[in-house]
Design a protein around this ligand. Structure first.
Ligand code: GDP
Ligand code: IMO
Ligand code: MG
Length: 425
């Protein structure tokens, strides 16, 4: 059996949570492989809306197990808040024995968040626009070999280890200025660590491989998007993990040969939240219209998302890096009522027409070259059958498939679980 991967092809918020939830009945295990509570994965069903930050989006399916993989960074306070929130609404994945956590996953400390904030405020105009959840500093401690891991919470000297790392953080924070009081956060942290200890901790790599050996189906759930990948995204305006398929191997402990389908998800247009280059951004009324109709405000931070037309060079790059085998297009309904929509097919870069992503996109924002496409007027949100899809939307999908060379298997026409069409059925 292979591990299928679902990941974002743009700058995040493509609708991963919704689609993982839709696909979860087909899988025995959903495993988050990277990122942390910088993610906000939204899913809706039965008039209920949930936003998950750390917990995999398979928890609402009664039969599916869920793993927070070793590549994820965990804020115990946020995870406790997520679990308490779910419990209050009648879902308890821990009591139901359907949530597991990898011992090797790293822990976000309150001081990691202080470091994130201090680093961002020091950068001023060039700031990343981080979610300020402590993601960067936690991954820095991981690769710097100073980090604390979930399994460490079970050790008798956990507090001493914590203090050693906090002392290091304090010396760094002192360089930035006065260290804010974090005693309340620290108390909440230790309370949440007790909760963390109650979630079954596993060696995630063996856990996942046992599923595979038993012939069970696993879906790896990505966070963020390819253009936020630390190696291949719009560096330095990226997150601190590998958001690409390769990240599923290191973030779960699976061999490359075990990767099966790679499901790439993208919006019918494009958004980005935070700083950094965004070639197709529309800083005008059209961009505002997309934001208003698409409710483009961050699921985690509430920040307005920057909006623009679809970017084919960026998508082609993402498809290549991830080995995408099939795609999901979301938010097609948001484009209803635009007489003309535009697709960026090339960039003008140093006076040259190119169709790839230049390495220094952050320094020289390339100018997009567009092709105009005739839009559709029909409301799509009630569509449940493929023969109800307007011809112009079908033409748009076929246009994208031709340019990108990968089929669109699912079409999403609204935030609800039900508003999803399988185009290959
Ligand atoms: P994720 O981070 O990739 O899981 O995406 P987010 O949850 O951050 O953002 C996607 C937003 O779009 C959420 O509010 C979803 O409820 C919503 N959404 C997902 N698919 C669709 C769709 O097809 N149409 C519309 N209108 N909204 C959608
Ligand atoms: P999901 O999983 C969209 C962005 C931040 C910032 C940059 C670095 O919901 O798609 P970080 O907090 O990681 O240091 O921020 O990355 N970012 C996201 N943008 N969706 C996300 O996750 C994001 N996670 C981080 O806005 O620009
Ligand atoms: Mg999101």
């Amino acid at each position: 059996m292979a591990v299928d991967v679902l990941l974002g092809l743009q700058w995040g918020d493509e609708g991963k949570g919704k689609i993982v939830d839709v696909l979860s009945p087909e899988y025995d295990l959903i495993a988050r492989f990277q990122g942390g509570p910088n993610a906000g994965h939204t899913l809706e069903f039965n008039q209920q809306k949930f936003v998950l930050n750390t917990i995999p989006s398979g928890i609402f399916n009664p039969k599916t197990m869920n793993l927070i993989g070793n590549g994820v960074v965990i804020d115990p306070i946020i995870l406790k808040r997520e679990l308490d929130g779910l419990k209050a609404r009648g879902f308890d994945p821990v009591a139901d024995q359907k949530l597991f956590i990898a011992r090797r996953a790293h822990i976000i400390l309150p001081t990691h968040q202080l470091l994130d904030a201090a680093s961002e405020s020091k950068m001023g105009v060039g700031k990343i626009g981080s979610t300020l959840k402590g993601i960067g500093p936690t991954y820095m401690d991981k690769t710097g070999r100073n980090g604390l891991r979930v399994g460490d919470t079970q050790l008798p000297d956990f507090k001493a280890r914590y203090q050693k790392l906090v002392d290091k953080h304090k010396s760094i924070l002192a360089h930035y200025g006065e260290i804010p009081d974090f005693s309340e956060k620290e108390a909440a942290f230790f309370e949440a660590v007790e909760m963390l200890k109650a979630i079954p901790q596993v060696d995630g790599e063996h856990f996942v491989n046992q599923y595979l050996r038993a012939g069970k189906k696993v879906l790896a759930e990505g966070a963020q998007g390819t253009m936020l990948d630390v190696d291949f995204g719009s560096y330095p305006f990226v997150t601190s993990s590998n958001t690409t398929t390769a990240g599923a191997c290191t973030g779960l402990g699976i061999a490359p040969k075990q990767i099966g389908k790679v499901i790439g998800i993208f919006k019918a247009y494009c958004t980005r939240v935070g700083g950094g280059p965004f070639p197709t951004e529309l800083e005008n009324e059209t961009g505002e219209k997309l934001r208003a109709i698409g409710h483009e405000f961050g699921a985690t931070t509430g920040r307005p998302r920057r909006c623009g037309w679809i970017d084919l060079p960026a998508l082609k790059y993402a498809i290549m890096l991830n080995g995408v085998t099939e795609m999901v297009m979301t938010k097609a309904d948001v484009l209803s009522g635009f007489d003309t929509i535009y697709a960026c097919t090339h960039y003008l870069y140093n006076g040259e027409k190119i169709d790839y992503m230049p390495y220094d996109i952050s320094a020289i924002s390339p100018e997009p070259i567009y092709e105009a496409i005739s839009g559709w007027n029909e409301d799509l949100t009630g569509i449940r059958k493929t023969d109800e899809i307007p011809a112009k939307l079908t033409a748009y999908i076929q246009y994208l498939e031709k340019h990108l060379g990968v089929p669109v298997k699912y079409l999403s026409v609204g935030p609800d679980r039900e508003q999803t069409l399988n185009l290959m059925q």
